[in-house]
Design a binder for this molecule. Structure first.
Ligand code: APR
Length: 231
């Protein structure tokens, strides 16, 4: 299936085989933590130490994982075709596989935001309540640059216009539980794109996809890209 503009949405499942936990599977992150305690602005106001610890542990985990065959296949596809890559993931495995221009709609673990001066910066170390902002020097304002529940995802206009222009939409490793990402397949279909879902199980939105590849992303995504490029 040729395509002039492919829009790809990835979720935690694309990083699962790299060793990063998903959210809603067995041993998922939400099994060990309540979203309300670690991933909302209210949680951060209520207990910033707990929230910083949650994200410090996840940021540190990035040091011991690497991109897998699915990340590498997507990066290869980007080099050969027009691809808009949107991810819900906050890890940097797409970039480490060679992808560029990745749209992190839920933010990034290795980015920080100062709520005092608005500065955004790369961040690889732990962050605490009293961590001073490198830009304004003030403490008490630093937070992970992550979009928490109840906050607006990033770069939605860019994403919407890519979906309206797509002729192929692929969702990889996402359960379709969280909006607005879960609604992207309908926007793409409405705009006339073909749709394909890659997952190792059924999802809440499988019924909206025309085509499905059931299995591990490292196998199915690599096979799909090889067929697209080597056909
Ligand atoms: N290959 C393919 N799919 C996989 C694999 C794999 N090896 N392992 C897991 N999956 C699938 C699961 O079947 C599931 O459908 O990946 C999906 C992971 O779903 P979630 O854990 O819900 O992750 P995601 O869809 O990315 O969550 C979306 O929810 O909590 C918020 O902000 C968080 O970005 C996250 C958003």
């Amino acid at each position: 299936m040729s395509a002039d503009h492919i829009v790809i949405l990835t979720g935690a499942g694309v990083s699962a085989e790299s060793g990063l936990p998903t959210f809603r599977g067995p041993d998922g992150l939400w099994e060990g933590h309540r979203v309300e305690d670690v991933a909302t602005p209210e949680a951060f106001d209520r207990d910033p130490h707990l929230v910083h610890r949650f994200y410090n542990l996840r940021r540190r985990a990035l040091d011991s994982v690497g991109p897998n065959a699915a990340h590498l296949a997507i990066a290869r596809l980007q080099r050969e075709r027009r691809v808009t890559l949107v991810t819900q993931n906050v890890d940097d495995l797409h970039e480490r596989a060679g992808s560029t221009g990745v749209i992190h709609m839920h933010g990034e673990l290795r980015k920080a935001l100062c709520t005092r001066c608005g500065a955004r910066m790369e961040w690889i170390d732990d962050m605490e309540v009293d961590t001073p902002c490198p830009a304004c020097g003030k403490t008490g304002g630093m937070r992970p640059d992550i979009v928490w529940f109840g906050e607006m995802p990033y770069r939605m206009e860019e994403i919407e216009s890519a979906l309206m222009d797509a002729d192929l939409f692929a969702a990889i490793g996402t359960s379709g539980n969280v909006y607005p990402a879960a609604g992207f397949v309908r926007t793409a279909r409405f705009a006339g794109a073909r749709t394909i879902e890659f997952n190792n199980a059924g999802t809440a939105v499988s019924g909206f996809f025309e085509d499905h590849r059931l299995g591990p992303a490292t196998v199915e995504v690599k096979r799909w890209v090889d067929n697209l490029l080597d056909a």
